[in-house]
Ligand binder design. Structure first.
Ligand code: TNX
Length: 531
């Protein structure tokens, strides 16, 4: 059959159209948006941000306005709002929609105007974070970003990261950098692990020995625990209350709430080295130099509760947030079982065993916290022997503790070792720096199911969200914290923010790769193991 000439042309045209269409699809840049917004349209047109751009906001959004202006100045080296032109502006606007999620936001834009709207300053802040993720890295003088239409909101309200500053101590400058990393990924909770057997890291005015004695250990384990080797170099450090206030203010500006953790009744050897009178044996002891679980714990005496009340009151006066973490994990019962005082107390209080004594301890502490109108959080061991009436449970030994607590109508934060322990290996141990053990690669974190299927709809409402934990026995430097936390925290951030139906690992990886220039520019020592 012979094809007519004009028919041939037609086929050719269709072929070219097909090629052009595909080239366009292929050429579409991957935007480094993590967590990925719920609804997003990226247009062809561009908006140029330059010194002449006006950024406008009502007085209630003064802090967010300042944040955006100084972000542009610090990262792109120019000052905005230098002219009164009205055809190039960014508007931050609060809507009066009291029903909407306070962290939700919308962005609408065209080449003349970008509008970020939300019902609450935190939503505006997240809109700004999305905008910032669209900024090109390392461009100065003026920048161009695509005109986007975005409608976005988080899936979970608790999106957290933890950092252990007891096993190793990290300077305030790094804590701020860590908070910046959280904010960039729209995480809103920083769990600051401030005390443990190996060091007490926060100034308490009424008990100066906590830091004078409790913040310094005589040595540290070398290599892995199984090697049982130590150095004898004094190791210490603590945060003054003045420094803590500075960090709190810094975090508030980034809509990050800080949850301080003061460990009790176990993981308290540093405190007991300073004040041995609060242990059952009352024998002098030293700040631990080895990792693991110690048998020396707080004694449930009235003197101990008076001491803990004083300490917690200083903590609660300092930290404005609603939640106080009291630890509660890994409490060996030997000391209590061998103590005549504890046996007598158990009789008086009609406590059947040491687990119930632990529960008695935690309930007493919860009363101290409730007096100040705050809410107590504890690791899942606080379920043993009966849960304190209003306690929030952090489920770390799997999700079972969280499931049990949710079924009892208690709020839960999921942090199972299987998916949320960023001190575990993220690649083959042979090619990774020494870590505690475990294997939690990036993809596994990305596949984390925050809310277990076994919970029904009502019970599921008690799952507030999840948190990544960075325990630092094997993490000596800030760079190493970054390596272990990133990019796993980016994966967890997306798990917590984006709808599960929209998640796609390959797509996440592509967006993560397009974020590398930003991470390098910010000198974040992220791991490339999974990239
Ligand atoms: C268990 S998680 C602990 C920590 C350790 C961690 C190491 C938890 C509540 N307790 O004291 O640092 O394992 O992965």
């Amino acid at each position: 059959m012979q094809i007519h000439k004009h028919q041939k042309m037609k086929y050719l045209n269709i072929f070219f159209l097909f090629v052009i269409f595909n080239l366009k699809v292929l050429a579409q840049p991957v935007y480094p948006l993590i967590p990925f917004p719920e609804e997003v349209t990226i247009g062809d047109k561009l908006f140029r941000i330059s010194p002449q751009t006006n950024i406008l906001a009502e007085p209630k959004l003064e802090q967010e306005l300042k944040y955006l202006k100084s972000y542009i100045l610090e990262n792109h080296l120019f000052v905005v709002n230098t002219s009164a032109k009205i055809n190039n502006r960014i508007v931050l606007r609060l809507k009066t929609d009291s029903n909407s999620n306070p962290e939700a936001y919308q962005i609408t834009s065209n080449p003349r105007e970008i509008i970020i709207e939300a019902s609450h300053p935190s939503g505006i802040f997240y809109g700004i974070q999305t905008l910032i993720q669209l900024f090109p890295t390392g461009k100065f003088g003026s920048i161009k970003i695509p005109c986007v239409q975005i409608n976005d909101k988080p899936n979970y309200t608790w999106r957290g990261m933890h950092l252990d500053c007891s096993r190793h101590f990290f300077p305030i400058s790094f804590i701020k950098k860590y908070i910046d990393m959280l904010a960039y990924y729209k995480m809103n909770s920083f769990h600051w692990h401030l005390t443990d057997d190996q060091g007490w890291r926060i100034e308490i005015k009424k008990y100066p020995k906590l830091t004078e004695i409790g913040s310094v250990r005589k040595g540290t384990m070398i290599g892995h625990y199984r090697d049982q080797k130590y150095d004898s170099i004094a190791y210490g450090g603590f945060y003054t209350q003045k420094e803590i206030k500075e960090v709190i203010e810094y975090a508030q500006k980034r809509h990050v709430n800080i949850v301080p953790e003061i460990e009790m009744p176990g993981h308290a050897v540093a405190a007991l080295a300073a004040y041995p009178e609060y242990s059952c044996s009352q024998k002098p002891c030293e700040v631990s130099i080895k990792w693991g679980v110690e048998t020396n714990v707080f004694c449930p005496s009235e003197e101990t509760f008076a001491f803990l009340e004083d300490v917690l009151n200083e903590i609660m006066d300092l930290f404005p947030g609603k939640y106080i973490h009291i630890g509660g994990d890994e409490v060996p019962k030997e000391e209590w079982n061998n103590s005549a005082f504890c046996q007598q107390l158990m009789k008086e209080q009609k406590l059947k065993n040491a687990e119930e004594l632990q529960s008695y301890f935690i309930r007493r502490v919860e009363k101290i916290i409730q007096k100040k109108g705050k809410t107590m959080i504890g690791w899942d061991e606080i379920l043993e022997g009966g849960l304190a009436p209003n306690a929030v449970v952090m489920s770390w030994r799997g999700t079972e503790g969280g499931i049990a607590a949710a079924k009892m109508n208690h709020y839960v934060i999921m942090t199972p070792g299987s998916h949320c322990y960023f001190d575990h290996y993220q690649g083959k141990p042979e090619s990774e720096p020494l870590a505690i053990g475990g294997y939690t690669p990036l993809e596994k974190v990305y596949q984390f199911k925050v809310c277990p299927d076994t919970l029904n709809e009502t019970e599921s409402k008690f799952i507030l969200g999840a948190q990544g934990n960075v325990w630092t026995e094997y993490i000596k430097t800030s760079e190493q914290v970054e390596y272990m936390a990133m990019p796993r925290m980016a994966a967890l951030a997306e798990v917590l923010w984006s709808q599960s139906s929209k998640r796609d690992y390959a797509n996440f990886l592509a967006r993560l790769k397009s974020q590398e220039p930003y991470l390098k520019n910010k000198k974040i020592n992220y791991s490339k193991t999974s990239l």
